[in-house]
Design a protein around this ligand. Sequence first.
Ligand code: PLP
Length: 429
Amino acid sequence: MNISNSLKLFEETQAVIPGGVNSPVRACKSVGCTPLFIERAQGSRIYDMDGNEFIDYVGSWGPMILGHRHPEVIKLVEFVLSQGTSYGAPTVLELRLAELIVEAVPSVEMVRMVNSGTEATMSAIRLARGYTGRDAIVKFDGCYHGHADTLLVEAGSGVATLGIPGSPGVPNAFVEKTISLPYNDIGAVKAFMDRQGDEIACIIVEPVAGNMGCVPPEPGFLETLREETEKHGTVLIFDEVMTGFRVAHGGAQALYGITPDLTCLAKIIGGGLPVGAYGGRRDIMEKVAPQGPVYQAGTLSGNPLAMAAGVATLKQLKEPGFYEKLAEKAKRLAVGLQGAAVVNGVSATFTQVGSMMGMFFTDRPVRNFEDAKTADLTLFSNYYRAMLERGFYLAPSQFESLFVSAAHTEEDIDETVRAAAVVFEMLTK
Ligand code: PLP
């Protein structure tokens, strides 16, 4: 594969942008590649600056559930663009997006727009602290909630990929109120909450973990979080930045029937433009300024272009059968890949919830970060590079999820499975 333009651009970029990227995992370091510079994308395909075409399972790390350049999204964004780009004042579009979110997500009675998932989780935690008057928070090992100081403890995604324990620049005082427990460990949650539950402002969790690879919640885990938080007056926050409008129209909370107090959203609700949001119970959300005392603001919050992309995207997702069809396709991929691995004697575990998928080169079930870390990372990077060569654009880390979009065809899926079978055979020789 010729990637000479990308190589040259990466070299030039490294001189002016740290590591040559604006978000660490994009550098593809852990899989021994240089990043491809992207020129454009359409439907399920993404094209680099050397004219290479790939079937895209990254989908901009989750937002592109409709595939790239969906005509309805482009149409509305182009219309809104013709009116102006930013006013720093209320618009009808932000009302419509808020209504679409409130209608779909069971826990959300009121919602505030921000500009990223990081802002959403950071703001939801401040709100939980302001609401409860407590400081300490609980998260789970391997969950990633953005790059806010208090949330990098035992984090997944790039923090896991690069193997760094948090980050320099985060004062100890900022993280000493963050407690991280093992994911899916009901006993650990109960024991901890018995001891300290009354001091905890919130428990924040990815209801389907997507940043240590894709790790579904075990039966009883989310239920326990709900029971224990209720018992101790602790706010339960579902970080649905990845799962919101992804695993079901109402997110993981609708899929599993557990309603948190607050929900964080981003990715899909921005249809590929920069957006985040946090919302939840009215009595908690009413504490947000200017209605209440908990301060949070943003120059570009509710940006009209982002709201337009979000509104157009969420409207499409209301189509009857949309999520069933999408999950069918993802299942076809997961089952196909699992079959190809078995046939070729590769120890691999595939996980799938709706159109979110994970793949671990290990023979044991993956139920938490410790299990995920046992996966063979060398095998993964060999697999990644071989798939890229064959035209398949996957997330360049074992600790990320893959996404199937409405634009992927059955033929795309079958082509992927056929290529993976060839790669598995090659890797075991
Ligand atoms: N929360 C979760 C579950 C995420 O997956 C991410 C990003 O991948 C974030 C928060 C942070 O979102 P952003 O990258 O938009 O700041």
